[in-house]
Every structure is written in C-alpha cells, then in structure tokens.
Design a protein around this ligand. Structure first.
Ligand SMILES: Nc1ncnc2c1ncn2[C@@H]1O[C@H](COP(=O)(O)OP(=O)(O)OP(=O)(O)O)[C@@H](O)[C@H]1O
Ligand SMILES: [Mg+2]
Length: 359
C-alpha cells in the first residue's frame, strides 16, 4: 500500500529543471533509494518531501494527508511533518552533550518531561550511545557523530526517515557496518526510509526498491535485482555495476563494429532482438564478468587482441581491443585465459542491446 506519494513533482530553479515530473509511491516500512550522479536532483527531491523546498508543480502526500501542492496553495511546514532527517555533514551541536543533542527536538515539541527522558534513552540505547550520553559529540568519531544524528531522528518516532548520503563521510569499513545498523533500526521501529546516495552498492544493500535518476528525470524504479538484471536503458546499465559498451552499426542486414570505415563484421550469430533490427546505430552492453573466452571457431564469438592483462588478486582484469574499441573482461584467477598480446575470441554470456551509441 502506498504511503508516501509524489505526483507529477517538478522543481525549477530559474532555467534549470532540477526535478522533472517525478512520480513514485513508497510503502509503509519500505526502504526506497534515490540513486544517480551528482546534480541529478536527489537532494532537491528529498528537501521537497521534507518541506524545506517548495514545489514548482505537483503534490506530495503522506497517507491521506496532503503535504505540499502549489496548485491548491497548500504547504505543511517541516516541523508538522513527522520525518526524521540525517544529512551527510555531521549536524550535531558540539556545545550540547550527546543526550541533549537527542533530547532537543523533543523539548522544542514540548513533550512531557518523562516522555522526553524515555524516548531519548531508548534512542541512545538503540544506537549504542548510552555510555557517551554526557559527553560532547566532539569527542566522538565520524561514525559516532552520525549515530547521534540518527538517534536524534529516531527519538521523534518518525513515520519516514529521510537520509541524504548519511554515510558518505565515513571510511568504507564503517560505512558498511552502519548500513546494517540502519537496516536493523528500521526493522525494529518500522519507519519508511527514503535514502539518497550515489553509491550503487549502498543502494543495492539497503533498498527494497531503487529509483535511478538522471538530470532530474526518473530512469527506472525497481528492486535492486531487477535493476541489475534488467536495466531499462543504457544509462542505468552504465550506472549499476561495471559495464562495457560496443558501438555497432546496422547496414544491409549485417552488423559491423563502429570504427574507421565500419568494416569489421560482427559474428553472424550475435544479433539484436527483432524490434531493434531496423536501427542504424546500436550498442551492445555487457558486464566484464559475463564475458567468457572461447574457441576461435565459436560462431557467436567476437575476435580481438589482449591489450592488457592485470592481476587484481582474486580476479584477472583483461583489456581486449576489438577493432578500435575496447572491452573489459574479468575472470577468476584460476580460470584459463589468454596472455597479453595474444589473439582471443570472446563470448557474451548475457548481451544487452540498446538503441543508439554509447558516449
Ligand atoms: N538552491 C538552488 N538554486 C539553484 N539551483 C539549485 C539549487 N539547489 C539545487 N540546484 C540545482 O538543481 C540540480 C539538482 O541538484 P541536487 O542538489 O538536488 O542534486 P543531487 O542529486 O543531490 O547531487 P549531489 O549528488 O551532488 O548531492 C543541480 O543542477 C543543482 O545545481
Ligand atoms: Mg545531494
């Protein structure tokens, strides 16, 4: 059942359309991530949901309650929306103890003293901060400071937790650990999460569903697995995981690798789906781990030369030159493979075809 709902949400800053006609719905208790490169409109979207930014058009709903609608001249201020928020920068107050940092928003809401104590203590317990309650957050590590921000957001008992790159200033190991802590807190408290990140592995690990955005426009909304296995377009393919794109041209019913004169024919049995056969320009997308070395006589194989072979520990990373284009192939360190400088034939285990050439 949908809980948070964005309907045709648009935000313009002067000539820039930061968010372009966005529609999505989030279920109660769901973790929904917004993923995309810098400037694609993630923070702007989150700020509109929170009420820090007005909308140029569209509506934001939570359950049956309208939060924002410029057309209906309706706007509920942030403090009336029951959202917890954690941002990238450590937004803790150094002159207050950890305890007071967490209790402060509850005091502003003028809750009864006993309830403030109870909620603050619970939130500090849940984030493993009880022993630091009387210290200044200045003495805490980056992870500790983000826990204080999380505890403060938890204490208000939010319906929805809005998290904008909350882990990006932490070191990789801590970042991974805190992902699971956030997930555990969500399971315990049952709030919904809208999580902003440009780290795809973070989005994959945390989310029930991911929305991929580009230049303010939604590209795909789906489960992490479906986004990885069925990317809706070239952009999504390139943004999730490692990717290869070979640009090919379709001429007189045959495919050729793009390059000087477009003379290098693609193997006859490596063909795009029916609906793309009329397209003059196509790209063949593949993942480095889903390409195999095969025999030179394999009718589906593309031929090339190994231009670089690098040992990366568990995997071996090959760079293959096919005409003027390059492919990356990754195999396990125990898998047989050609040496640098040798000719080779590669077989695409799971080729994807998209209209148009990759840049
Ligand atoms: N207050 C503002 N005034 C003018 N333009 C803005 C303002 N806030 C954001 N923008 C523009 O809106 C677009 C989206 O910005 P936004 O901060 O939402 O991106 P983002 O996806 O969060 O990026 P990042 O990953 O870098 O945080 C950008 O082009 C940005 O320059
Ligand atoms: Mg941002």
């Amino acid at each position: 059942m949908s809980y948070v709902r964005l309907v045709n949400v648009t935000k313009r800053f002067g000539d820039v359309t930061a968010v372009d006609n966005l529609n999505f719905e989030i279920g109660k208790g769901e973790c929904f991530s917004m993923l995309g490169p810098s400037g694609c409109g993630k923070t702007t979207t989150l700020r509109m949901v929170a009420g820090f930014e007005d909308l140029s058009d569209g509506e934001v709903w939570v359950g049956d309650n309208l939060m924002s609608s410029p057309r209906k001249n309706h706007y509920l201020p942030p403090e009336k929306r029951n959202f917890g928020m954690v941002f990238q920068a450590f937004a803790v107050w150094p002159h207050m103890s950890v305890y007071d940092n967490v209790a402060f928003p509850l005091q502003i809401r003028k809750l009864p003293k006993s309830e403030i104590e109870q909620r603050t203590t619970d939130a500090l317990k849940a984030t493993n901060l009880l022993s630091a309650a009387n210290e200044s957050p200045d003495f805490l590590s980056g992870g500790g400071k983000q826990r204080v921000a999380l505890a403060r957001a938890l204490a208000i008992n939010p319906d929805v937790m809005l998290l904008d790159e909350p882990l990006s200033s932490l070191d990789p190991h801590l970042r991974e650990e805190m992902r699971f802590e956030i997930k555990e807190l969500q399971q315990k408290y049952g709030f919904s999460i809208i999580y902003v990140t440009h780290d795809q592995s973070e989005a994959m690990a945390l989310s029930d569903r991911i929305m991929v955005m580009k230049l303010g426009v939604m590209q795909q909304i789906d489960t992490p697995l479906n986004i990885y296995n069925h990317p809706a377009n070239q952009f999504v393919f390139s943004f999730i995981g490692l990717s290869n794109f070979l640009n090919v041209v379709w001429r007189d019913g045959k495919l050729y690798l793009k390059g000087e004169g477009d003379k290098l024919a693609m193997p006859d049995e490596l063909v795009p789906p029916e609906d793309l056969k009329g397209e003059p320009e196509l790209s063949l997308a593949s993942r480095p781990s889903e390409i195999n070395f095969t025999s030179m006589t394999d009718p589906e194989a593309l031929h090339g030369v190994v231009s670089r072979k690098a040992f990366l520990g568990e995997i071996i990373d090959y760079q293959i030159k096919a005409g003027e284009q390059t492919l990356r192939v990754q195999k396990g360190r125990r898998d047989p493979g050609p040496e640098a400088g040798e000719n080779c034939a590669v077989h695409f285990e799971r080729p994807f075809w998209y209209k148009g050439h990759a840049k």
